[in-house]
Design a protein around this ligand. Structure first.
Ligand code: ATP
Length: 293
């Protein structure tokens, strides 16, 4: 079985407060994009799970989120057979694009189908949160509002069709570092998530992009000014708006025109500001593409 594990971007990211248990309460607008890892899953007679990947620095044992997800279902359903997984990563690692979480979601969907476990999407999502806060969203995909620690999901209408340019500088930012650089009390303006939701409901791409914001951005940009340079380059070359995704450092630019995006991608490549440049579009859950490749 061959599955696509799609990346996400955060069109809006707000942090409301720190809870007593140390977790942060968030409000995020999540959007899946057409950039993906490919996960191949095979049944085999010998018990156990093996995983190989094209990236030597991605763990291939229980620390890999796809492995964790597969093991969780195999243990619960006491599956005696074994599983081998082959992961082809294209989503940049530690980049704010939920690559690992999406691989885990693909493993949940794949193991459910491969062994005919009969779990519904909702039942998979209930188990997915045990692997990570973003994993239920990666099972669900599309456009969604994420609240709580990211696991409380409300589906919202699909954003209008638009083009997405990804630019990831050659640095890695851990989510931990992003939280450490965040001064919650110092946040004077919070993203207008409700306004964005209204724009999305109305199908108003220009209203939505004008409100796009991420509370992690100022702290991370202070540390890595290259993020601001990539944003400026995209906006000078036709992006309606460019924003850092998640805890960074990936920047995405939203375009209303594919040709304009292609030109901006060429300028970004020539600039050498970004290590990964990828031109794509938003994924439409209702648009036919399925989890199978
Ligand atoms: P998020 O947007 O959810 O914060 P991220 O893009 O910051 O995710 P990931 O790419 O998911 O981060 O990976 C972060 C770390 O998780 C990596 O450093 C890696 O060691 C580990 N990891 C575990 N499983 C995977 C996987 N399947 N793919 C990539 N990294 C993985």
């Amino acid at each position: 079985m061959r599955l696509r594990a799609l990346a996400k971007i955060n069109l809006g990211l707000d942090i409301i407060r720190k809870r007593e248990d140390g977790y942060h309460e968030v409000r995020m607008i999540m959007q899946t994009i057409q950039m993906y890892d490919v996960l191949e899953i095979y049944r085999r007679a010998e018990p156990g799970i093996t995983l190989t990947s094209n990236l030597p620095y991605v763990p291939s044992d229980e620390r890999n989120l796809a492995y964790k997800a597969a093991k969780l279902l195999m243990d619960e359903f006491q599956i005696k057979e074994g599983l081998s997984m082959k992961l082809e990563k294209s989503i940049p690692v530690a980049a704010g694009m939920a690559g690992g979480s999406s691989d885990a979601a693909a493993a949940f969907v794949g193991v459910n189908r491969l062994f005919d476990l009969g779990l519904s999407e909702r039942e998979l999502m209930e188990r997915a949160v045990k692997v990570g806060a973003d994993v239920p969203y990666c099972v669900m995909r599309g456009t969604a509002l994420a609240e709580g620690i990211g696991e409380k999901l409300t589906r919202i209408p699909q954003v209008p069709r638009c083009y997405v340019l990804i630019g990831k500088p050659g640095i890695n930012v851990s989510t931990k570092l992003a939280y450490e650089n965040l001064n919650l009390k110092g946040i004077t303006s919070h993203p207008d998530i409700d306004g964005m939701l209204e724009d999305i409901r109305k199908g108003d791409l220009y209203g939505m992009t004008s409100k796009m914001a991420n509370v992690f951005e100022p702290g991370i940009i202070r540390k890595y000014p290259v993020i601001q340079e990539i944003k400026d380059l995209m906006e000078a070359n036709g992006a309606l708006k460019a924003l850092m995704s998640g805890s960074g450092p990936t920047v995405f630019g939203i375009f209303d025109d594919a040709a304009k995006m292609a030109e901006a991608a060429a300028v970004l490549r020539r600039s050498n500001l970004a290590k990964t440049v990828f031109a794509t579009e938003v994924y439409n859950r209702n648009g036919g593409a399925t989890n199978d490749k």
